[in-house]
Design a protein around this ligand. Structure first.
Ligand SMILES: NC(=O)C1=CN([C@@H]2O[C@H](COP(=O)(O)OP(=O)(O)OC[C@H]3O[C@@H](n4cnc5c(N)ncnc54)[C@H](O)[C@@H]3O)[C@@H](O)[C@H]2O)C=CC1
Ligand SMILES: O=C([O-])CC(=O)C(=O)O
Length: 341
């Protein structure tokens, strides 16, 4: 019924009626953003306020969220916005959430790796996930906080201890790697960026980010050196931004865009839209590692199917073997932290 009166736009994925207005018939969905007053949190709050699939937008941070919420709430779109600040309001922020997006934590400065953020962000993620297990155990969790290769396993352990773990509902957000791979490929291949599809698999740090340009469409005749350069640029995309910002943080605007795309895909899946596929770092049997990013089909319960890697070039096969030790140790580091603390 919904699909007969509603069409989706290809660029934003938003539901629009034939007359171009946001459909009011989409089901009620509460989205909570934890870290909503931050560099990613603020533009992400804006983009989620523009999403007609959201009926309630809950903005949480340790401070500053009443202002962000008041600001965003004046935008004349569907969702009701509330701001929550401080530990004592976290429960209220989370209660009834269908999707929780977590961009809480410190960003990198030049010279740091994502793993250098572990000591601070691991504790933040652990305490937020403990609250999620208590207040909205069935929510889909979109983990943005770095190092994603470790924070997702931390979340899984916290949920296991609380007895609420459902591997179908926990996602590491790697969409920015896909966004970058699409942009860089389109530039080199001289194709329309809006048409480009490129899976990115593995994890979300350095060489663990493995774009599969051999599967990119539209096809282009790029040489080995060009593919290697594109791969390296995608792997170093975060560092490129960290260096350009010169001490003022890491990617925020492109990350907010990517986070909004991924959350929109989760909402569409929950709403029963068919064939919603995005890459994400999830519990996986695609390789021998317990968590791995690959294409995932999203559905009414979160992950409907973790898709395989498809055919890889020799260069990609080498990249896959090379990334495994680092990804394995980042996963183990997360699991150990969650169990020791
Ligand atoms: N997955 C990905 O592709 C990407 C991940 N990131 C990561 O996202 C995280 C956030 O980055 P930015 O927004 O630039 O940092 P930011 O420092 O601008 O914002 C972080 C926000 O988190 C809040 N926060 C800290 N502890 C909190 C807690 N316990 N509960 C709720 N909020 C809390 C801070 O108050 C702040 O407002 C970083 O870890 C960064 O590395 C950044 C870009 C891409
Ligand atoms: O590089 C960073 O620290 C932030 C990040 O994850 C990205 O931009 O991909």
């Amino acid at each position: 019924m919904l699909r007969s009166i509603v069409r989706r736009t290809s660029t934003t994925g938003a539901y629009l009626t034939r007359r171009g207005f946001a459909s009011e018939s989409a089901p009620d969905r509460k989205v909570a953003i934890l870290g909503a007053a931050g560099g990613i949190g603020q533009p992400l709050s804006l983009l989620m306020k523009l999403n007609p699939l959201v009926s309630q937008l809950s903005l949480y941070d340790i401070a500053g969220t009443p202002g962000v919420a008041a600001d965003v709430s004046h935008i004349n779109t569907r969702s009701q916005v509330s701001g929550f600040a401080g530990d004592e309001q976290l429960g209220q922020a989370l209660e009834g959430a269908d999707v929780v997006i977590i961009p809480a934590g410190v960003p990198r400065k030049p010279g740091m790796t994502r793993d250098d953020l572990f000591n601070i962000n691991a504790g933040i993620v652990k305490s937020l996930c403990t609250a999620i297990a208590k207040y909205c155990p069935h929510a889909l969790v979109n983990m943005i906080s770095n190092p994603v290769n470790s924070t997702v396993p931390i979340a899984a352990e916290v949920f296991k201890k609380a007895g609420t773990y459902d591997e179908k509902r926990l996602f590491g957000v790697t969409t920015l790697d896909v966004v970058r791979a699409k942009t860089f490929y389109a530039g080199k291949a001289k194709v329309n960026v809006a048409d480009v599809i490129v899976p990115v698999v593995g994890g979300h740090a350095g060489i663990t980010i493995l774009p599969l340009f051999s599967q990119a469409t539209p096809k282009a005749n790029l040489g080995d050196e060009e593919i290697e350069a594109l791969t390296k640029r995608t792997q170093d995309g975060g560092t490129e931004v960290v260096e350009a910002k010169a001490g003022k943080g890491s990617a925020t605007l492109s990350m907010a865009y990517a986070g909004a795309i991924f959350a929109d895909a989760c909402l569409k899946g929950l709403n029963g839209v068919p064939d919603v596929v995005e890459c994400s770092f999830v519990q996986s049997t695609v390789t021998d590692l317990p968590f791995f990013a690959s294409k995932v089909r999203l559905g009414k319960n979160g992950v409907e199917e973790v898709l395989g890697l498809g055919p890889l070039s020799d260069f990609e096969k080498q990249g896959l073997e090379a990334l495994k030790p680092e990804l394995k140790s980042s996963i183990e580091k997360g699991i150990k932290f969650a169990n020791d603390n």
